[in-house]
Ligand binder design. Structure first.
Ligand code: NAD
Ligand code: UDP
Length: 388
């Protein structure tokens, strides 16, 4: 419950804040709003073009925190109300972005605009008005690991200095221009550099967050149920959709890429520490991920198949996975990140934060949610006669 006796990591009382959260209606935003409403006294000005994922926090107006959250439906590309909202707040958190790999090579212009151009006014208004900014970047700014350029049989591939990603040391290694996945990474990198420069030249108080595959309930959409039938969400929702429909999970280019997945609720704890400890968070870039939860995409598919069978009571398919090429799945211009292990030294030192939830446990709670939320709707959609 919200309490006035909350203290920060240095034992100082935390003053209630007003937070302008841009992109509050998305996956991360919805969890952050929930956390702020249930555990803190802070106010949220929730900005987005959609609010479906935070409806439960906005209605009915008798909710105990109703006076602390308000929704502002606006597109930050072109809305003069944005500066006023930033001025009203103590802190702005910018989550708004196009951040789904299927969009990077099919909507490259929207991707670049959304991640760089549209974020510019947010940075400018924060800087000009002396407001603190927490900007959401991505682990993708690291691009490929140095290790992936070594020969396949090189023993150096096992050496962490060739793959662990460090905020203050690792280079950012992107592929060629026609591999448009890197347009997202490049736009995010440039906005990071701009935020950093505003800090250096104009004293902007900022924190940059680099999420490493945060996953959990409400991530993206299930195609044909609460999103377009032909839409391609991120891997958690793709695989959930396959499992719900009893289809084989599609492994892009053999499913050899590696990822570390972190439970959204663990990651939100880290963001709350940043919000409430500006003296420790300002001027820093933080990796937020779980280095202990590394799997290949193939291993993720196998684990999700097992966990889904457990939580749904349904048998596993005889052929649980199928290989597809990236060309077929995403189209021309797709490329992939090979491996993403976050170094945790900086966030650990500054905020004393560590992730807690194992991959199995986070999949169990997430797939229980997916089953509860979508299984019936999928059954109905499948049983509907196809219009002739
Ligand atoms: P999301 O797509 O669920 O949320 C983004 C929200 O921003 C959406 O609700 C969208 O409607 C809103 N938005 C986009 N453009 C807007 C505009 N012009 N005006 C108003 N609202 C707009 O994505 P998410 O997973 O919650 O990610 C949030 C941020 O974190 C993004 O910046 C993303 O790049 C970054 N990130 C997330 C992950 C992850 O693991 N989820 C990984 C790397 C980076
Ligand atoms: N992927 C896959 N099958 C799918 C969806 C994604 O094999 O149905 C792969 C994708 O090629 C990538 C990984 O899963 O290697 C993670 O993809 P996601 O879209 O979640 O985002 P990324 O981590 O690449 O930013």
């Amino acid at each position: 419950m919200a309490s006035s006796t909350r203290v920060d990591l240095d034992g100082n009382p935390i003053k209630p804040l007003t937070i302008c959260m841009i992109g509050a209606g998305g996956f991360i935003g919805s969890h952050l709003c929930e956390k702020l409403m249930s555990e803190t006294p802070h106010k949220v000005l929730a900005v987005d073009v959609y609010n479906d994922k935070i409806k439960h926090l906005l209605e009915p107006s008798t909710l105990p925190f109703s006076d602390r959250i308000s929704f502002h439906r606006l597109n930050i590309k072109h809305d003069s109300r944005l500066e006023g909202l930033i001025k009203m707040a103590d802190l702005t958190i910018n989550l708004a972005a196009i951040c789904t790999p299927a969009d990077y090579n099919t909507r490259p212009l929207d991707t670049i605009y959304s991640n760089f151009i549209d974020a510019l006014p947010v940075v400018k208004y924060c800087s000009e008005n002396g407001k603190r900014l927490i900007h959401f970047s991505t682990c993708e700014v690291y691009g490929k690991t140095i290790g992936c350029f070594l020969p396949k049989d090189s023993p150096l591939r096992q050496d962490p200095s060739y793959f662990v990603l460090k905020e203050d040391e690792s280079p950012c290694i992107f592929g060629p221009i026609d591999k448009q996945r890197w347009s997202y990474a490049c736009a995010k990198q440039l906005i990071e550099r701009l935020v950093y420069a505003e800090g250096a030249e104009n004293g902007l108080e900022f924190t940059i967050v680099r999420p490493f595959n945060w996953i959990g309930p409400r991530m993206d959409f299930i195609p044909g149920i609460d999103g377009p039938s032909e839409g391609v969400p991120r891997v958690l929702a793709c695989f959930s959709n396959n499992l719900l429909r009893r289809e084989p999970l599609k492994l892009v280019d053999g499913g050899e890429s590696q990822r570390t997945f972190i439970y959204i609720k663990d990651a939100i704890e880290a963001v709350l520490l940043m919000i409430e400890n500006p003296a420790r968070a300002n001027g820093h870039i933080f990796n937020v991920g779980n280095p202990n939860n590394e799997v290949t995409v193939r291993q993720l598919a196998e684990m999700m198949t097992k966990v889904y069978s457990k939580v749904s009571g349904e048998s596993e398919l005889e052929t649980p996975t199928v290989d597809v090429s990236s060309q077929e799945f995403y189209g021309t211009g797709y490329d992939d990140s090979d491996k993403r292990i976050p170094d945790m030294t900086i966030i650990n030192k500054q905020l004393g934060w560590n992730p807690k939830t194992s991959l199995w446990d986070l999949l169990e709670s997430t797939l229980t949610y997916q089953h509860r939320t979508y299984a019936e709707a999928i059954k109905q959609a499948i049983s509907k006669p196809v219009a002739s």
